[in-house]
Write a protein that binds this ligand. Structure first.
Ligand code: SF4
Ligand code: SF4
Length: 75
């Protein structure tokens, strides 16, 4: 079942994490990414901020807690 299907089933919008690129310091080691155990936070290369796979994200916000620059917020 996808995130979209979950939303339809509950009638509520699914809460997911969102990376605010302007706040991201492009850390060499992204602590937020390391905090996401289901690997819903992906980073293609070090020159870009990580992105959230909204279909995988469970909205736990462990990544937001781990980011030292508050670059991740809930939607
Ligand atoms: S999301 Fe946070 S921890 Fe990850 S690179 Fe950006 S500022 Fe650093
Ligand atoms: S909210 Fe949770 S599941 Fe979603 S990207 Fe962050 S740590 Fe991963």
């Amino acid at each position: 079942m996808t995130g979209l299907d979950d939303s339809r089933a509950t009638g509520q919008e699914k809460r997911v994490a969102w990376v605010v690129e302007e706040h991201c310091h492009l850390c060499r080691r992204c602590l937020a990414q390391r905090a996401c155990r289901i690997r819903a936070l992906m980073r293609v290369d070090e020159d870009e901020a990580p992105v959230v796979d909204v279909h995988r994200c469970r909205g736990c916000l462990l990544c937001a807690v781990a980011c030292p620059y508050d670059a991740i917020v809930p939607t």
